[in-house]
Design a protein around this ligand. Structure first.
Ligand code: ATP
Ligand code: MG
Length: 602
């Protein structure tokens, strides 16, 4: 009889590791989720109508309010391509919205016209979609709010919270003070509201030169937080904006624009990286003043900071990524070695692998380093699940079966996925001359070597047992062909096939049928875990062997692979048909990741 009382110490079964769809990232708790739980329990956002502005029940685009319980956002500046660090933020923000019945907005933070371009906007849209997230109707641009931002600036002036400063840049720097000394008030700080409004209007209307004046918040020049020492809100900058063209010659500063964007979109939890913690008092100050001034409604969004992703063996700074591309250390933004998401995609990494990674590393308040192998393991885990198996000989040498008739060929059957018999088997042709890996033959075997050497028998995987008889060499002594004889009674899958026991089992391809193909073996872009640490220039830490292009032989079925189809090449790793360089019937392959972590061991 079975015991009806469950064993109290028995652990719950581990969740299945197979990744399909969104449940792959069904999420563990963290401090951000605890905050949201508490806010929802307290009904903090229950009373708020859409729009951030009092009385507005529609979005600024006129769409009706949706019933989202919380609102987050991913706010990239369109001044570069997204990288693996952004993936953490994307998975976090969209994941929160998904799990709480909320909405996550994709918002381009385009307040800096000089560095921003439509090309980046398009690439970011593609990448977030590729990662598997959907913003629905909520695609926004900071530049959509330039009019409201201007109105908010006027409101701040009217309520005595902003002024136009005409000090030179040097004067402003000198009067800002230091971490230990308070700053000094600007001589322009006590202008009347009328004068400030007139000057702001003149700034907007192009009556003043670039850099000649700025609008500043009027907070506290003695604050211990330097961000509260009358930060700049608007500057004059004659630059053409990628969306608003030449409509504006004044542009809002990021620190001013960002909280406003959040409030106008009704964002509830504005999740950002730790370096913005010092900005939070200004974020709150600004929104409180505008709510007091009647321009925004409460409850206001709250900023929550988490530790950014630091990953070994890569650089995750847009400036450095731009330099790697511009100085041609890599072949463009989507070079498979780059930690951009466009590069990772071409490398064969998967959205599911990134979502698993984001879940596995979690979110915390403390800065730390994640080893690159954690990311690779996540990719392996997903690729192992989804990738069909194929045969590839990456360093080919001929193996001739001398007792196999030259005019004969036959089919052997290889499973497409050893753990998924439902995926079936495929036929692999066998003939007299085969390709095998050069390292699968040794004329004089090392100790413990069980593969091909004269006198030894091995199994040709899914085929016959063969006995090695010798090899041919060229004038320099290089092996150019290996010879063997097969035992016709040992074909895999036939009765009695395993009567001959062998220790070695090697993969092979029929030379006459194989598809000769370019294969790129990628490795880490940097050879040091912390590129540029100490006094080094990170460029000096580039790994000179980060790419190796080889002429491989692949099984015929791979010739019809479509761009982005992923496979496990048995014994070698996971490979993807390159998205960009493959042609119909002529795919080329990139190695995404080896089967095991072998970094530093070769
Ligand atoms: P920049 O120096 O140009 O501001 P950035 O990497 O912060 O670079 P953004 O476009 O502002 O670029 O980033 C969009 C969002 O991604 C921000 O909310 C930012 O906090 C987040 N983010 C950027 N890098 C990381 C990272 N390494 N880990 C987690 N989140 C990141
Ligand atoms: Mg940023």
């Amino acid at each position: 009889m079975s015991n009806p009382t469950p064993d109290p110490i028995k652990k719950k079964p581990a969740p299945p590791s197979s990744l399909t769809g969104d449940e792959a990232t069904a999420s563990t708790s963290n401090f951000i989720r605890s905050t949201i739980d508490a806010d929802l329990a307290a009904g903090k956002y229950a009373t708020r109508t859409w729009g951030g502005r009092p009385g507005t029940a529609v979005t600024h685009k006129g769409a009706p309010a949706d019933p989202a319980k919380i609102r987050t956002r991913f706010p990239p500046e369109p001044n570069g391509y997204l990288h693996i660090g952004h993936a953490k933020s994307i998975c976090l923000n969209f994941g929160l919205a998904r799990d709480y019945g909320g909405a996550c907005h994709l918002r381009f933070d385009d307040t800096n016209p000089e560095k921003e371009e439509q090309e980046y906007v398009d690439a970011i849209v593609d990448t977030v979609t590729w990662l598997g997230f959907n913003w629905g109707a909520h695609l926004y641009y900071a530049s959509d709010y330039f009019d409201v931002m201007y109105e908010a600036a006027q409101r701040l002036i009217e309520t005595g919270h902003a002024y136009v400063d005409q000090q030179t840049a040097e004067e402003m720097r000198a009067s800002r003070g230091t971490l230990t000394e308070p700053g000094k008030n600007s001589p322009y700080r006590n202008r009347s509201a009328e004068e400030n409004l007139r000057l702001l209007r003149e700034m907007r209307d192009g009556k003043h030169a670039d850099g000649s004046m700025v609008l500043r918040a009027k907070i506290d020049m003695a604050s211990p937080n330097i961000n509260l020492r009358d930060p700049a809100l608007y500057r004059i900058r004659r630059a053409t904006h990628h969306r608003t063209g030449d409509k504006w010659c004044i542009y809002p500063m990021y620190a001013y624009a960002h909280p406003l964007e959040d409030a106008l979109e009704n964002v509830t939890h504005s999740v950002c990286t730790l370096e913005f913690a010092d900005q939070r008092p200004f974020y709150d100050w600004l929104l409180e003043r505008l709510a007091d001034g009647g321009l925004l409604q409460r409850p206001l969004p709250q900023q929550i900071e988490f530790a950014r992703l630091n990953l070994t063996y890569v650089v995750l700074s847009k400036r450095k990524l731009i330099q790697l591309v511009d100085d041609k250390h890599v072949a463009g933004w989507d070079d498979p070695r780059l930690p951009t998401l466009a590069g990772a995609r071409r490398r064969g990494y998967t959205p599911e692998g990134f979502r698993l990674f984001a879940e596995r590393i979690g979110v915390s308040k403390a800065d730390s380093w994640i080893d690159y192998s954690v990311l690779e393991d996540c990719m392996r885990e997903h690729l192992n699940d989804i990738a069909e198996r194929r045969i590839a000989v990456l360093d080919p040498v001929k193996l001739v079966i001398d007792n196999y008739p030259d005019d004969r060929e036959e089919e052997c059957f290889a499973p497409n996925h050893p753990q998924k018999p439902e995926l079936g088997k495929r036929a692999v042709p066998l003939s007299r001359e085969l390709w095998v890996e050069r390292e699968d033959f040794m004329e004089t075997p090392a100790k413990g070597y069980f593969r091909l050497f004269p006198g030894n028998s091995v199994r040709l995987r899914y085929g016959y047992v063969v006995k090695c008889t010798g090899c041919d060499k060229d004038a320099q002594g290089n092996v150019i062909a290996v010879h063997c004889e097969y035992d016709p009674d040992t074909k895999s899958g036939t009765p009695g096939a395993d009567k001959v026991k062998v220790k070695g089992n090697i993969h092979w391809l029929s030379a006459r049928h194989a598809y000769p193909c370019e294969v790129r073996l990628y490795d880490r872009l940097f050879k040091d875990p912390h590129p540029g640490s100490g006094d080094r220039d990170y460029i000096n830490d580039l790994n000179p062997d980060s790419i190796k292009i080889i002429a491989a032989q692949l099984e015929p079925a791979l010739q019809t692979a479509l761009p982005e189809q992923r496979f496990q090449f048995e014994r070698h790793g996971y490979f993807v048909a390159d998205l960009r360089d493959s042609r119909p019937g002529v795919p080329v392959f990139n190695r995404a990741v080896t089967l095991r972590d072998s970094w530093g061991k070769h």
